[in-house]
Design a protein around this ligand. Structure first.
Ligand SMILES: [Zn+2]
Length: 459
């Protein structure tokens, strides 16, 4: 209903509503304990590794005690484990995966009379899941995120281009080629992530040049398309305008970083969390990723649940008291850096070598096993004129590649290189069906997915 009313209002009033909506959200986010958390996070930036571990141990104990007392599910599963609150004993607690979380969501979520914030997480399998947050936990999460962004000069009120999964446009906007809404009070322009196609990209690039935001926040796949379009069509983005790009929600490939930094003449700083409320991994000014121990516990485990250098990421997150994540297998895999490697940026948290991304974002080859997202995107190596592609696997021995090309640059020769790149990864047995299309639609969440694996339940 609300959406229906919004859609028939004139553009000016729609912008006002966007502002009003934000003001509500900001009041919650930046109210309560937010300022205290900001202060704490700033002070904690330079703790020694020992201090960070002591802080983590303490928060862990408090968190586990709260969880066992207030969540019916955890009362049952960890209430009887001796000294479950000691971080040394974490491996005696059961691991919870996405399916377990989904099936037990009511028993896991704590019983409280306090009002909770709801967060819907889009499952890659299409089924969404609703987790809840105490407002103070959200405030701590935003304080942490803002502390991270403030290291690069960002504050609320700075001119920002935002690319999120909310569809704010009406048919009339699309007709007028206005693919954005502006919150004039907070200087945020929200660009649609649902209209990223060649006919429209021109309007995005030209408006971004006019608007010249200092910061970009949001889906990197969308920002990437705009950057690639800008480069391909000879647009020159103003120098020294953009201070930083803060991607959210998707894995960053080398390609993504390269094109975004090149076109917008800036640096991208990655950050990893999740809508379920995972603890944070953040990139520093030296380009290294740090596991932020003050936000939770990170375990990297192999198939036998033993600690490993590279493997599944299992998290316990201190800011998820309402729908607690305790040893949650988030479905991503990462590789840790050698423990003795230190970063010179002043942050003493341990380093991550690589976030490999969604475990379910892979193509499976009977010959070669899993081909992860980074390797999939590297199939563009030495090619030209492929604007976008999507790899879809519906059968074990078949692969569909949907490809959008620039017909003036693309050629049979490039097709050959592209297929060879795929052969290097999937081997020679798999059947590859190349399908040339005019566009590849985004998902309901507004994200564009480079890989869709529809057989992972068989594996
Ligand atoms: Zn660093």
């Amino acid at each position: 209903m609300k959406e229906k009313v919004y859609k028939i209002l004139p553009g000016f009033l729609q912008n006002c509503l966007v502002y009003a909506y934000n003001r509500q959200a900001y009041k919650r986010r930046y109210g309560g304990e937010y300022q205290n958390f900001r202060k704490e996070k700033k002070e904690n930036r330079h703790l020694s590794l020992e201090e960070l571990k002591a802080y983590q141990k303490n928060r862990y104990a408090q968190f586990i005690e709260f969880v066992t007392q207030n969540s019916d599910y955890y009362k049952k599963t960890i209430g009887n484990i001796e000294h479950a609150e000691l971080i040394e004993n974490i491996s005696s607690l059961p691991i919870v995966n996405k399916e377990v979380l989904r099936n037990n969501i009511d028993a896991i979520t704590v019983k409280t009379s306090e009002k909770l914030e709801k967060s819907k997480t889009g499952g890659t399998t299409g089924k969404s899941l609703e987790v809840k947050f105490f407002f103070r936990d959200s405030q701590e999460r935003f304080a942490f995120l803002d502390d991270f962004r403030s290291r690069f000069g960002y504050e609320l009120g700075k001119k920002t281009a935002w690319f999120s999964g909310k569809n704010l446009l009406t048919d009339s906007d699309v007709k007028k080629k206005r693919f954005w809404k502006t919150d004039f009070v907070h200087h945020v322009r929200y660009y649609s992530t649902f209209h990223i196609k060649d006919d429209y990209l021109k309007y995005y690039v030209e408006d971004l040049i006019r608007f010249t935001p200092e910061y970009f926040v949001g889906f990197p796949s969308t920002i990437l398309e705009i950057a690639k379009y800008g480069i391909a069509n000879g647009y020159d983005f103003p120098e020294n305008a953009v201070k930083a790009v803060f991607p959210t929600a998707e894995t960053i490939t080398d390609e993504t970083r390269y094109y975004i930094e090149k076109f917008f003449k800036t640096k991208l700083y990655n950050q990893y969390a999740s809508s379920e409320g995972a603890p944070f991994i953040i990139e520093c000014e030296k380009g290294n990723l740090h596991l932020e121990l003050q936000t939770g516990v990170f375990e990297v485990l192999d198939e036998n649940n033993q600690p490993a250098q590279s493997g599944r990421l299992v998290v316990t997150s201190f800011t998820t008291a309402a729908t607690p994540l305790v040893r949650y297998d988030i479905g991503d895999s990462i590789t840790l850096e050698d423990a003795d490697k230190k970063c010179s940026c002043g942050n003493n948290n341990p380093l991550v070598k690589e976030i490999l991304g969604r475990i379910d974002d892979f193509i499976y080859s009977v010959e070669n096993g899993k081909i992860n997202l980074g390797n999939v995107s590297n199939t563009l190596k030495d090619t030209k004129g492929i604007i976008r592609f999507q790899a879809v696997q519906n059968k074990l021995d078949e692969l569909d590649l949907y490809v959008v090309t620039d017909k003036e640059i693309y050629s049979k020769q490039i097709e050959k290189i592209f297929i060879e790149n795929w052969r290097d990864r999937v081997g020679n047995v798999m059947k590859i069906h190349l399908k040339y299309v005019d566009e590849i639609p985004v998902e309901g969440s507004g994200k564009y997915r480079i890989v869709k694996n529809n057989i992972k339940d068989l594996l």
